[in-house]
Design a protein around this ligand. Structure first.
Ligand code: DC
Length: 228
């Protein structure tokens, strides 16, 4: 039965850093012509705004305020979303490893998570939403009709990240990427509030041996089974 909270179709895709959630969410959302929520970008934007404000990464009440007042717009352009923070296009800037690491740190703060909750839920609108993150299926959209927990081995995730950076002409060190991913996995999985973990009703999808096309088709097949 459809209730008020689950009238909007929602697919949640959670999992550790670098599992391919962002790429797959975008492709699935494109195919279905649904909206997309890249929830990690909100934590990254909070981290970037904090560094612009010279705020201490340890100060929960300041960070909570920054998160609550985040002046951000996601503007459609060429089938993608431009990410604009305080009037500045920061789409590339928020992808830096250093910002990802800071985002993971501040994401452990209860106040920051609470400040971003409503904003994330507001992304759910017809015809549907694909939401990617760590706690989409457990906390933000517990009523989602299709929940996927996407994993891949740490080495494979680091290799994918390395290839992505190389394609952009950015120098990277594979061993350092493996270490960074392990630190972030550890931080994200062991925090007290909304830790990275599969929802009880999530479908586990290990993509280590799968291509982007195979993962996309699998998710679309599951979407078809769920939503018709
Ligand atoms: O998905 P990402 O790498 O852009 O996310 C950056 C960090 O934000 C990640 O290490 C943990 C945090 N995050 C979170 O705690 N909850 C989410 N739903 C999404 C991201």
């Amino acid at each position: 039965m459809l209730t008020m909270t689950n009238m909007i179709p929602v697919i949640t895709i959670d999992g550790p850093s670098g599992a391919g959630k962002g790429t797959i969410s975008q492709l699935v959302a494109d195919q279905l012509s649904w909206h997309i929520l890249d929830s990690g970008s909100l934590y990254r934007l909070t981290a970037l705004a904090a560094s612009w404000d010279n705020a201490s990464i340890e100060d929960e009440s300041i960070l909570e305020n920054i998160a609550r007042e985040l002046d951000v717009a996601f503007m459609p352009q060429d089938q993608r979303l431009r990410v604009v923070l305080r009037g500045k296009d920061v789409g590339e800037q928020i992808r830096a490893e250093e910002i990802g690491m800071k985002a993971s740190k501040i994401a452990a703060m209860t106040g920051v998570r609470a400040a971003l909750l409503k904003r994330q839920r507001a992304f759910a609108s017809l015809p549907g939403l694909v939401a990617d993150g760590r706690d989409m299926g457990t906390t933000v959209f517990p009523d989602a009709q299709l929940k996927i927990f996407m994993t891949a081995s740490c080495e494979e995730r680091a290799q994918r990240r390395y290839n992505q950076l190389k394609e952009k002409g950015i120098h990277a060190n594979l061993a350092a990427l493996v270490t960074d991913l392990k630190v972030r996995d550890e931080q994200d999985a062991n925090r007290a509030v909304s830790p990275l973990k599969p929802a009880d009703d999530a479908i586990m999808l290990d993509t280590t041996e799968m291509s982007i096309e195979q993962v996309t088709s699998k998710v679309l097949e599951l979407a078809k089974q769920t939503f018709g």
